[in-house]
Design a protein around this ligand. Sequence first.
Ligand code: ZN
Ligand code: ZN
Length: 362
Amino acid sequence: MAESIPATQTVALVRELGGPVEFVDNYAIPTPGNKEVLAKVLYTGVCQSDLHTKSGTAASHEGTPITNIKLPHIGGHEGVGRIVSIGPNCDLSVKLGGLVGIRFLSRICRRCEFCLAGNEQYCVKSTNHLHHEDGSFQEYIALDADNLTILPDDIDPKLIGPILCAGVTAYKAVRNANFKIGEWVVVVGAGGGLGHLAVQYARAHGASVIAVDSGNDKREYLSSIGAKEFVDFAAIPDVVQEVRKITNGGAQAVVVTAGNAKAFAHAAEMLRVGGTLSCIGIPPGRPYIETPIATIVIKGLKITGNLIGSLKECMEAVELTRRGIVVPNVQVRPFRELSQVYEELERGDVSGRIVLQVAKDV
Ligand SMILES: [Zn+2]
Ligand SMILES: [Zn+2]
């Protein structure tokens, strides 16, 4: 059944940060090296971080621009592919024809304190598919077999891509939010890629969810996936007051998933005593949370954030989708529409997640 692998492939190339996406049809297909596999990319989600990297607006942990970016750059870190070739010395868990994920993290050291603690997404020697290595916006990709995301055979490859970044990020943010069954959890930016998944994870964990977003389409969709209340930030003058009213004094947790700074500024003021502000989604630049220190101290608030999650947490999120508990809202589009998709993301026009069909499955 071994499929013949061509010598060249189509990739979405960015030659300079801030420059356009260019489709190149004669890009070399990598040969899998020692302990590497070659996967054919079937589908890939398009993440806001891809747009920031391409535009040169990606922020580091200090809020300064990330400049260590491989050029020319091929983005994409929510891919699902099929193994078409196996390099030397891979172990027996790696199977030809098996489904694999292409995630943010590419290679890790397995020795640093974060790897040892099972938080390998913080590995001090890691490389990733967002800044250092070619990602899933190409038809074929070489992957480290020792850090491979081996997916179950019975998943829907169209749905799983978004789980590998947006999904696990939202899953972990909800886990960090520290609430009990029935308590109020606010999801800000609820209709977006991260948000609609955070709503479903919060529901699955027993929360009463208040979705904050705008427009009737989002209101309807979010109530269909279990949000109890919808607060339209464009129609309501004071979102904080509205949340306090619904929750009779404040929510137990607020998960902010929006890509814009304004959504974060006063989110902690929606919390009740002992509540948790869980931040994901990184607005560009160095914006700040504007909560008064007195509020944090006197109300005993917690503020937390997370960079994606570990492979273990990723597989937990994959399992929830495999079993139909959390269903990403995906819109499948042709690979060559990536530039238009970026424009839509820039305008904030995207509900759920856009998934590109990259190469045809055999
Ligand atoms: Zn991402
Ligand atoms: Zn490490």
